[in-house]
Design a protein around this ligand. Sequence first.
Ligand code: DC
Length: 256
Amino acid sequence: MHTQPVTTRLADDETLERRDPIVPPDAEVIITIDGPAGTGKSTVARTLARRLGLDFLDTGAMYRAAAAIMLDRDIPLDEPGELVSTVIGADLHFDFSADPPTMLAWDAPIDHRIRDEDVTAVVSQVAAIGELRRHMVRKQQVIAAQHPRLVSEGRDQGSVVFPDADLKFYLDADPAVRAARRTEQLRAEGHDVDEADMLRRIIERDRIDSTRADGPLTCADDAVRVDTSDLCVDEVIDRLEEVVRQRVASLVRAQD
Ligand code: DC
């Protein structure tokens, strides 16, 4: 593979150094990124996908969409059958022409709703429903078949959904660091947040996510584990990109 810098002159006369793509344009590559909330996982996954020219799959958005549907249709949490059949009817999918891709239910955008506080409060419990997870796993595998150059982010992507992924990452960080990051983020958005309460909620969410019977939050044996506690988002992305750069040649050779 060629990785020699290529210098390109842009229209506004700026000079930009461009490298050959890290992942060749014709290679099928699935990269998974798992880990708990507050590790910067979504931003890291989305930016890494953009840098590598891959599609980005936010599987948390799918569970959040299911939770929003449950709340907005007044479906009780203890009626998983009704929830799953409604979610199947919603045909959750993404419009990949947007960046980040738009989450659609019944062919209508649902992004504006899925990060609301009431959705965040129940989504762990919704994501623990085994029947719903089996549906989501199948959907995610179908999406990957249609988008075979993918960075897929979630909790079970490397362990359950794509056990044969080409490269798996697991991002982690101290819960106190994650609570501080989340608090700062919400305060910047104008919310009134108590950091101690945020830490309690993060620990509880981790407990639910990592102890459920189906697809628990776990680091796959063959995942590259990165502790992000002392790293900023850009440093995490650079580190992952470096691992991809080191591994991609052998990945692509294995496909030939
Ligand atoms: O990453 P997030 O905060 O948007 O995820 C929302 C919830 O969905 C969170 O409780 C974890 C859960 N989830 C999951 O169980 N499996 C996934 N693959 C992705 C998210």
